[in-house]
Design a protein around this ligand. Structure first.
Ligand code: ADP
Ligand code: ASP
Ligand code: MG
Length: 415
């Protein structure tokens, strides 16, 4: 007998037929004698619709009420799955974040989980043989008693947190692809499924745009050593052996991966915008005078490039999340006279393509290979940033697919 968390994303619960299919996956594991907690997302498209309604109601709205609205998508699917399971003879009960409860901090819209009472869930498995169907994405702020949500894609984090709280043997993330691939399989058809990915690599891939797992879910899995499997909900439930190793990708410790490659994957993010400050004085304190106010405005600056100055003046280029682009422009306009620069130029039609692999720590020349390959395709590089296990390159968005496929192939990742 194993203890499992099974998480189903939006496309997996998109309509009643799919919810029935999900119920058959759950039934399989329950019949095999496993203790099961299920975490569900809202039906695909639902959260976007709810977010849209909040914006229509008032572009600037109270995030406490945003949470009250957007958490409702998961309430529906949790109830529907519990109804479906019961109708199949599988004992089940739905749980909202506030009922379990899943305690969070008070950062509405992107709250962090601070505690879950796992013992209570385990008691219910034991005493009632009941499947807990938990609404993902939502929790409750203890101090105010208000509903919170965990940020987009947050059901992954709900699932990993529940798995850690009940000391589950596995946390299975069922989605619309059958694992983690070397790059988004919907962009590059030569992408290959990976059997195993190290936590650190998955963390980079998720942070750099591979939305298959929410970044915080990977952080939490790494911290609590939760074994996460990414697998497909579209495989026939009855074809899977509930006692075997699940088909899909295991996210695990680096040590568990026997054959590791230099580059594991390519990710990309269209969520970037570029800002360039022209002819700013090259003297101490200027970077602080520019980036200090941006930080105070809670704008995350990512890639930063500063040119060497020829005449005491230089250009500084950096990226911000595209959603913060207009605000960043406003902040810079305010400091323009104090700092002294000629102009701010910006671009939103850019994409950050990243090359990720723990093997990079011990290999030279990985970046040079990318630069050469992109140059041969006539793709201009706007900015670069690196860390121990990743290289990120900012390019024109029009070249996204070409760049992803070129890099995928040049590092030998093609199928
Ligand atoms: P869910 O609704 O199940 O949470 P998501 O849409 O959040 O599913 O995540 C699954 C999607 O992630 C896939 O459809 C795929 O397009 C995308 N994706 C991006 N990068 C990768 C990758 N490296 N491997 C697998 N999927 C990826
Ligand atoms: N429904 C939420 C979203 O769309 C949470 C999730 O799907 O993980 O962001
Ligand atoms: Mg998701």
């Amino acid at each position: 007998m194993a203890r499992l968390v099974m998480k189903f994303g939006g496309t997996s619960v998109a309509d009643i037929d799919r919810i029935r299919n999900v119920a058959r996956h759950v039934e399989r594991e329950v019949k095999a004698g496993h203790e099961v907690a299920v975490v569900v997302s809202a039906m695909s498209g639902k959260t976007n619709e709810l977010v849209g309604w909040c914006r229509q109601a008032a572009p600037l709205h109270d995030t406490r009420e945003y949470d009250a609205v957007v958490a409702s998508g998961e309430q529906v699917t949790a109830g529907l799955l519990a109804i479906t399971l019961e109708s199949m003879g599988v004992s089940a009960r739905s749980w909202q974040g506030w009922q379990l409860p899943i305690w969070t901090d008070g950062t509405h819209g992107s709250a962090r989980i601070v505690g879950i009472n796992g013992e209570e869930l385990v008691k219910r498995f034991r005493e009632h043989g009941q499947v807990a169907v938990i609404a993902g994405f939502q929790g409750i702020h203890k101090e105010t008693g208000r509903i919170t949500t965990l940020g987009r894609g947050g059901s992954d984090t709900s699932a990993v947190a529940v798995a850690a709280a009940i000391q589950a043997d596995r946390c299975d993330i069922y989605t619309d692809v059958d694992g983690v691939y070397t790059t988004d399989p919907n962009v590059a058809d030569k992408a290959r499924r990976l059997d195993k990915v190290a936590y650190e690599e998955m963390l980079e891939m998720a942070s750099l745009g591979a939305k298959v797992l929410q970044v915080r879910s990977v952080e939490l899995a790494m911290q609590k050593r939760v074994r996460v499997f990414v697998r497909s909900s579209f495989e026939k439930p009855e074809d899977i052996n509930p006692h075997g190793t699940p088909p899909g990708t295991l996210i695990c410790d680096e040590e568990e991966i026997v054959e590791s490659q230099v580059v594991t994957g390519i990710a990309f993010s269209k969520d970037e915008a570029q800002l360039s400050i022209r002819r700013v004085a090259d003297k101490p304190g200027v970077a602080a005078a520019l980036f200090g106010p941006l930080a105070e405005a809670h704008i995350n600056v990512d890639m930063i490039v500063q040119n060497i100055s020829a005449d005491g003046r230089t250009d500084i280029t950096f990226t911000v999340p595209v959603a913060d682009y207009d605000r960043a422009q406003q902040v810079l306009a305010k400091v323009k006279d104090g700092v002294g620069f000629a102009a701010v130029e910006g671009a939103k039609d850019v994409v950050k393509v990243s090359i990720i692999g723990v093997g990079m720590r011990s290999h030279a020349g990985v970046a040079a290979t990318a630069f050469k390959a992109l140059a041969e395709r006539g793709i201009n590089i706007r900015a670069i940033s690196t860390s121990e296990i990743k290289i990120s390159i900012l390019i024109d968005a029009a070249y996204t697919e070409l760049a992803v496929r070129t890099l995928h192939s040049v590092y030998g990742l093609d199928r």
